[in-house]
Every structure is written in structure tokens, then in C-alpha cells.
Design a protein around this ligand. Structure first.
Ligand SMILES: Nc1nc2c(c(=O)[nH]1)N[C@H]1C(S)=C(S)[C@@H](COP(=O)(O)OP(=O)(O)OC[C@H]3O[C@@H](n4cnc5c(N)ncnc54)[C@H](O)[C@@H]3O)O[C@H]1N2
Ligand code: MOO
Length: 394
């Protein structure tokens, strides 16, 4: 039997196949979760001028005892047109333009008003807090706000808008076809005979891949027949990425590999030292990448997490396509690692990870109760309760 491919090498080989998709200009409110294609410069500085950080009074000079004579107001969106002179106070709101001549802002909580006279009530700390947001302190015009390959988050979306952008250059989202196969699969909600099982992988994978996908076409369940598989592959000819689930192993009815070969795809690699997920298969036909996931539901889920999602990110030009690990203590001991890198189902409560003893790759109940995967590298030492493990949030 051929040697199984190491996980990191398999991931690297897949990502090396990803040619970033073309760039399109996307309205900013549709950019959430997508990846920037170019560095984004600020088209303006923020704030444009000095602003008050508090509600109070703009004062001139270093006179911290008062009283001051009240003159005018600078409200947000309505700047004061005059100049604040020594001994004068201009009413000012948070976010309003600091008037000419003003050097600091006195909090309104520290004052008392008598007609047009303003008195200090509290005592002011030293050094004097000025409560001024200086022009350009957040970002300067021309500064790089976001880098190519960054994923747009709610905060980076707000930053780009503040920088003067209404649309962003982004990589196209990949089109995906999901094809699940197996003669035992019954459509969702259909009555199932004893020899049947509801086809759950297609819907699971579509839900899992949705955040990184443009269009998702579902093809299946397809029966274990060469002509049916070839017809389904033909129907996926528009997809950037084709995901199959099931039929990836070595059984007489595991037809994905021969079907891909007959369809004209070239096998890039097959079988990874991974548990669950050993029969993972990657092939290519022209610009299309095909990933054959093992049919066991947990194997499909784990390999979609470790391979398909990173590929979809790489096609969008993501700077960090692979999932990011975190390190946390386990609540109970774990045995030494085996001959395949294993991903155990775990429940992380913010302090410790409770590993699920269920390791069967068909056990959906254990998968659904997990919120993370615990990585057990090949040959890793056993871990006692309280020992640190590497894990990934699902
Ligand atoms: N002799 C060997 N047998 C197996 C090996 C091996 O190396 N030698 N590998 C095992 C491993 S590991 C896995 S994982 C499975 C994967 O096999 P397949 O990819 O060929 O998957 P199937 O046989 O088609 O299905 C496995 C299992 O999953 C259920 N399934 C399939 N599709 C769906 C779906 N869409 N929704 C829900 N459930 C699905 C299917 O009914 C089977 O129970 O092979 C081992 N065998
Ligand atoms: O790799 Mo299989 O996914 O162990 O059951």
C-alpha cells in the first residue's frame, strides 16, 4: 500500500494549486467576509481637523481657574465661526470642530453656569487633559488602511468607509458544486428503509462552505454508477471547485477516482495520514479543482475544514488560508498519538477542552456536540489532564 501523505504536505500541495480568482469592484456593504485584492490607501485623513472628545467648553490659553465669558457654540456638524479669545468659553459637543484659538476642553461636569458666566466647580488634574482628538490621529491621507489578502470584518468595513471608499477591489468568490454519492442515500425528509440513510453530507458541506463561497450548486445524491457520476461531473463544469463526498475509499463501489479519471481529471494526490479523512483525494481538470471527501460524515466535515475552506480562502487571495490554532488544557487525559494525525472532537468552555471519547468517523451526535477539533500529531506523547493541546475552533 502506498505511503500516506503527511497532512501539512497535502495542505501545501493543494494550496499551491490555487490560482487567485479575478478581481472585481464590490459595493462596500457587500464586502463583508471577502478578501481585499489590493492594499487600500486612505483617501482622506481622520479626523479631518482637531475635534473635541467630550461635551463641555472649549477654552483658550492655560487659565484653569476661570470664570470665563460664554461665547457661541460648536456643535457636531455646525462649527463655531469665531475665534475663542483668552477668558472666553465656547460651548462644544463631542465630535464637534475645535474652534480657532481654543487649546483645551473643560468637561461640563466640572462647571456651573450663571447667565453668560462659566465657573469651575471641580479641581482639574495635572497635567491638564485636553480632550482633543488631533487631526489625522486615527489615520493620515495615503496611509495603508488594509492590506491585500485581509478579510473584511465589520470593523475593517467601517475603517474603509471612513477612509472614503464606497466600493472595494476584491477577488471573486469561488463557485462550488457539491456532489454527494451513494446508493444508500435517501433525499432529505424522505422515508428511509433499513438499508438507507438520509443524505446529510451535502447540506452540511453547503452550510460549512457558505461563508467562503459565491454560488453553491448541489448535485445529488448521485447513485454509485459511472454514468450517473459522469453526468453529475458534467453538470458541474461551471464550478471553480467541485466537492464530492463518499466513494473515495477502496471498496468495489467507490467510484469517484475512476470516474474522475474517465472524466479527464488528473489525480494530484490521494490518501493522507489523517484520522478521520484518510481517503481524501485531490484532482484537477483545466482550471477546476476537485476534492474528493470521504463519505463518513465526520470525515467529510473534518476534511472540509482542513482542506476545502483553506482552498476557498486561497482562491480569494487570503493572506492566511489555513485555520488558526489555539492552545488550551484538556479536562481529561489523552493517549499517545498514532500513525495518522488525529482530530478529536472537543468541547471548549473558555477554560478547558473536554475531549469526546467517541472517535468513530460516522458519529454525528459527537460531532454536533463539539465546538473544536483537538489535533493529535503522529506519535505525540500522551497528555495528562491539564496538559496543553493544540486545537481549532469549528
Ligand atoms: N478496506 C478499507 N476500507 C475502508 C478504508 C480503507 O482504507 N480500507 N478507509 C475507511 C475510511 S478511513 C473511510 S473515511 C471510509 C470512507 O469511504 P468512502 O469515502 O468511500 O465513503 P462511503 O463508503 O461512500 O461512505 C462511508 C459512510 O458514510 C456514509 N455516507 C456517505 N455519503 C453520505 C452522505 N451524503 N450523507 C450521509 N452519510 C453518508 C455512508 O453511508 C457510509 O456509512 O472508508 C473506510 N473503508
Ligand atoms: O479516515 Mo476515515 O475518515 O478514518 O473514517
Amino acid at each position: 500500500m502506498s505511503k500516506l501523505l503527511d497532512l501539512a504536505e497535502a495542505q501545501a500541495r493543494l494550496l499551491a494549486m490555487a490560482v487567485p480568482l479575478p478581481v472585481e469592484q464590490v459595493p462596500i456593504e457587500a464586502a463583508m467576509g471577502r478578501y481585499l485584492a489590493q492594499d487600500l490607501p486612505a483617501l482622506r485623513q481622520q479626523p479631518a481637523v482637531d475635534l473635541s472628545a467630550m461635551d463641555g467648553y472649549a477654552l483658550s490659553g492655560e487659565d484653569t481657574s476661570g470664570p470665563w465669558r460664554l461665547r457661541g457654540e460648536s456643535a457636531a456638524g455646525h462649527p463655531y465661526q469665531g475665534v475663542v479669545q483668552k477668558g472666553e468659553a465656547c460651548r462644544i459637543s463631542t465630535g464637534a470642530v475645535l474652534p480657532e484659538g481654543a487649546d483645551w476642553v473643560l468637561l461640563q461636569e466640572d462647571t456651573r453656569r450663571e447667565g453668560d458666566r462659566l465657573h469651575l466647580t471641580g479641581t482639574l488634574p495635572h497635567p491638564l487633559p485636553r480632550h482633543i482628538r488631533r487631526a489625522g490621529f486615527d489615520f493620515a491621507q495615503g496611509q495603508t488602511l488594509l492590506r491585500a489578502g485581509q478579510r473584511i470584518t465589520p470593523a475593517s468595513l467601517a475603517l474603509a468607509i471612513s477612509g472614503g471608499h464606497a466600493s472595494l477591489p476584491m477577488r471573486q468568490r469561488p463557485r462550488i458544486a457539491i456532489l454527494d454519492s451513494g446508493d444508500e442515500l435517501a433525499p432529505i425528509g424522505a422515508p428511509t428503509a433499513a438499508h438507507q440513510i438520509p443524505a446529510s453530507n451535502g447540506a452540511m458541506l453547503a452550510a460549512q462552505l457558505q461563508p467562503e463561497a459565491g454560488r453553491i450548486d448541489r448535485l445529488g445524491p448521485v447513485s454509485d454508477r459511472m454514468d450517473a457520476l459522469l453526468a453529475a461531473l458534467d453538470a458541474a463544469s461551471e464550478a471553480d471547485v467541485i466537492i464530492t463526498s463518499g466513494g473515495a475509499s477502496v471498496g468495489d463501489h467507490d467510484l469517484i477516482r475512476p470516474a474522475l479519471e474517465q472524466w479527464g481529471a488528473d489525480l494530484a494526490f490521494w490518501r493522507v495520514a489523517l484520522r478521520p479523512g484518510k481517503p481524501l483525494m485531490v484532482a484537477q481538470k483545466g482550471r477546476q479543482i476537485i476534492i474528493g471527501l470521504p463519505g463518513n460524515p465526520v470525515s467529510s466535515h473534518v476534511t472540509a475544514f482542513l482542506f476545502v475552506l483553506p482552498l476557498l480562502r486561497a482562491l480569494q487571495g487570503a493572506e492566511h488560508p489555513l485555520p488558526k490554532p489555539f492552545y488550551a488544557p484538556v479536562a481529561s487525559s489523552l493517549p499517545a498519538g498514532g500513525e495518522r494525525c488525529e482530530f478529536l472532537r472537543g468541547a471548549w468552555d473558555g477554560a478547558v477542552i473536554q475531549p469526546n471519547p467517541m472517535r468513530d468517523s460516522s458519529a454525528l451526535a459527537a460531532l454536533a456536540s463539539a465546538n473544536c477539533l483537538i489535533e493529535r500529531p503522529i506519535g505525540a506523547d500522551a497528555v495528562q489532564a491539564g496538559g496543553l493541546v493544540r486545537a481549532y475552533l469549528l
